[in-house]
Design a protein around this ligand. Structure first.
Ligand SMILES: [Zn+2]
Length: 279
């Protein structure tokens, strides 16, 4: 695999050779930052946990530069903080029994630069080896520019390798904007009730992020509980935790489909529903 950055970090919790470890992947998440995977793609982790026939792998595209720091991390410089974040991501991979955890180490500026080709090339290399059946990306209505940049690069890469490997499902997932607003017919509900202990640990290991007072651990669990409760107004909840996803599969299956037009279709259907109810 050519991952471009010399300091790209590849971690295999069970010690298998990196290419072989990645090749067993069935579920792959491509996310912008350390801890995004654990917030958005726990569905994939839970599907694969403890299985011999299904394997989850994670890709973090950026290097964690410019992370907020406080408490015991307060006097760390940016390079030291990047190391902390790489180690935290490795901890999550170990707890979640990932097949392989790759941290590509690009800057946010590179990810957001539409003319930069190195990110797409690295992701294409990962996809060619991993050949995932299911892919988790940031949803395309997320409010974080680096999340959108990451997903656009991932979609370019998925389209580029389409002749060699094509996932059967591509989900756009929740971090910085949830997907409760999608019409129920557009929602892809992802059950995430299984092993709440592991789900909690996965977000909990990112101590440097939680310690500054941002309780991502509680907020992530809270969002999943709220979705399960408010998804249907009748009957009892079958799941105690749900995530929602936007179906991005058509953007890969039909590589000429304009991305903005496709995503704004979800917004248009929401708008029409609000307008209809108000008469
Ligand atoms: Zn993020």
């Amino acid at each position: 695999m050519n991952l471009h950055k010399r300091d790209a970090d590849v971690f295999v919790p069970d010690g298998l050779d990196a290419d072989a470890a990645l090749a067993r992947t069935t579920h792959l998440c491509i996310a912008a930052h350390q801890d995004d995977i654990e917030i958005m793609a726990y569905h994939g982790v839970a599907e694969c946990f403890g299985r011999r026939d299904k394997w989850f792998s994670g890709v973090v595209v950026t290097n964690g530069a410019g992370s907020p720091r406080s408490g015991i991390y307060g006097n760390y410089n940016d390079a030291e903080m990047q190391k902390v974040r790489i180690i935290e991501q490795r901890k999550a991979a170990y707890v979640g029994e990932y097949a392989c955890q790759i941290q590509l180490g690009f800057t946010s500026a590179q990810v957001k630069d539409r003319k930069e080709t190195a990110v797409v090339e690295s992701l294409s290399a990962v996809l060619r080896t991993a050949r995932p059946e299911v892919v988790y990306l940031h949803n395309l209505a997320d409010k974080h520019d680096t999340h959108i940049g990451t997903s656009l690069n991932a979609i370019k890469a998925l389209r580029a390798v389409r002749g060699e490997t094509q996932p059967r499902k591509v989900y756009g997932c929740e971090v910085w904007r949830d997907l409760d607003w999608l019409m129920d017919s557009d929602k892809q509900p992802l059950p995430v009730s299984a092993r709440s202990n592991i789900a909690a640990a996965l977000v909990g290991v990112f101590d440097s992020q939680v310690t500054g007072g941002k309780r991502y651990d509680l907020a992530t669990a809270g969002r999943r509980l709220a979705h399960a409760t408010y998804f249907a107004s009748h009957g009892t909840d079958e799941e105690s935790a749900l995530n929602f996803a936007m179906d991005l599969t058509p953007l890969i299956a039909q590589p000429d489909l304009p991305i903005a037009e496709y995503v704004l279709g979800f917004v248009d259907r929401f708008r029409e529903d609000v307008a209809k109810k108000l008469g």
